[in-house]
Ligand binder design. Structure first.
Ligand SMILES: *Cc1c(COP(=O)(O)O)cnc(C)c1O
Length: 430
């Protein structure tokens, strides 16, 4: 049985007439894997209903937010109730304090949090705050890490940017680019060198503490601790971009699981429960520099809007009260990892599987994948074949080798067994 996505293709062709490339975010367009994207009609739990009438298993969870599965009841109810009371006021609400209080109690080393509307905005604002706080201009980012599409970050930005062959996007001025210093993930000596060569000029290091935008890449022992040390030594701030990992790896995100303290943390994805939300947080001393308290300006007409805050609050409340979700997710991810690994070993197919909590990626290559360079060395033709083979069997993986799988807790053991079986069928002919 091989599923066909005919209506999706027709819808995509129509979309292309009115929307650039047919999509509102590039990775959705399937350029990395070929073919036409799948159109979703609705979703519930671990399953997507496509416009073609197929029910398929979802391994992207809207790129992270739907950690508890789609249309999770408490979130849906919260949004419905909020909508009936008006969708935006441009005035403060008690709800905003409630979610801020909860978020700050869940994650370590943060006193205050400011809500914005996307992960991009969160990272952009966090860097401005770091520059304002330190009075320095330069930032260090890692090749293959993605921090949204703001100008300073579109320098070897992983996933979408790599897929589209424009690691350095036109439209980013040389003036902006020169303030972004590029380092290699897991290479502490490289970062140290940047500090030595740019004395008292580096405002911050921004990093995905567990990288997810060049596939999943895990920090090696001592790497994050080393960055912490370098920042302390040179008076720079350490920004953890936890847009992907925040509230996904654990209640306290990567700060909790790695035990490394960040100075500023950015959030997105899970914190909005599937609505457009981002946030950045830090200790009081740093947040005091933000308007209206301090001179670093940042604002938003729809920031903290009641629909988004209601969804986020319902999501975080559930996670806070049910931390066992994280163990369940890690266990399911391990089951998937081991199952796929067995199949690939059996067939003698070169591969590396990286996994951390509920993030995972399969790379078709021999060498360990520890940074951007080793990530791009994977066999993309095999990835494409694997992706489409699974899609024909009703399983949706991220449509790029440079994206992490995101498991959701609605996935059953049966779904995972089915995914492993589908893998066996797909590689049987390789
Ligand atoms: C998704 C993501 C972003 C950008 O968030 P948007 O809401 O898409 O703007 C930033 N950083 C990381 C690590 C991400 O995964």
């Amino acid at each position: 049985m091989s599923l066909i996505y005919k209506r999706s293709s027709a819808l995509f062709n129509e979309a292309k007439e009115y929307i650039p490339g047919g999509v509102n975010s590039p990775v959705r367009a399937f350029n990395a894997v070929g073919g036409d994207p799948v159109y979703v009609k609705s979703a519930k739990g671990a399953y997507l209903q496509t416009e073609d009438g197929h029910e398929i298993i979802d391994y992207i969870a809207s790129w992270g937010p739907m950690i508890l599965g789609h249309a999770f009841e408490p979130v849906v109810t919260a949004v419905q109730e909020a909508a009936s009371k008006g969708t935006s006021y441009g005035m403060p609400t008690a709800l905003e304090t409630e979610i801020a209080k909860l978020a700050v109690s869940m994650a370590p080393h943060i006193d205050q949090i400011r809500m914005v509307n996307s992960g991009t905005e969160a990272c952009m604002s966090a860097v401005r705050l770091a520059r304002g706080f330190t009075g320095r201009d330069k930032i260090v980012k890692f090749a293959g890490c993605y921090h949204g599409h703001s100008d300073s970050f579109l320098i070897q930005a992983g996933s979408g940017a790599v897929t589209f062959g424009s690691p350095n996007s036109p439209g980013v001025t040389a003036g902006t680019a020169k303030d972004t210093l590029l380092a290699s993930y897991n290479n502490l000596a490289h970062v140290e060198e940047l500090f030595v060569n740019n004395p008292e000029q580096i405002a911050c290091i921004i990093i995905e503490p567990i990288a997810g935008n060049m596939g999943c890449i895990v920090p090696q022992d001592g790497f994050l601790e080393g960055l912490r040390h370098l920042c302390d030594q040179h008076g720079a701030l350490l920004i953890f971009d936890e847009v992907m990992t925040g509230f996904r790896l654990a209640r306290g995100g990567a700060q909790e699981t790695t035990g490394v303290r960040a100075d500023i943390v950015t959030y997105g994805k899970v914190i909005g429960g599937g609505l457009p939300v981002g946030a950045f947080a830090a200790r009081q001393e740093i947040m005091n520099h933000l308007a209206p308290l301090g001179p670093v300006y940042q604002a938003g007409t729809l920031s903290g809007n009641p629909l988004a805050m209601s969804a986020g609050l319902a999501m975080l409340t559930h996670l806070n009260n049910h931390p066992e979700v994280y163990d369940d997710l890690a266990q399911k991810t391990e089951q998937l990892h081991l199952g796929i690994q067995d199949v690939l070993i059996e067939k003698g197919i070169a591969h590396q599987i990286n996994r951390y909590s509920s993030m995972m990626s399969v790379h078709f290559c021999d060498e360990p994948v520890i940074d951007f360079e080793t990530a791009v060395a994977g066999n993309n033709d095999w990835f494409k074949k694997y992706f489409h083979g699974l899609l024909e069997r009703g399983i949706y993986l991220p449509p790029s080798a440079f994206e992490s799988y995101f498991l959701n807790n609605a996935l059953s053991e049966k779904d995972i067994t089915r995914t492993i079986q589908a893998t066996r069928e797909v590689v049987a002919s390789w």
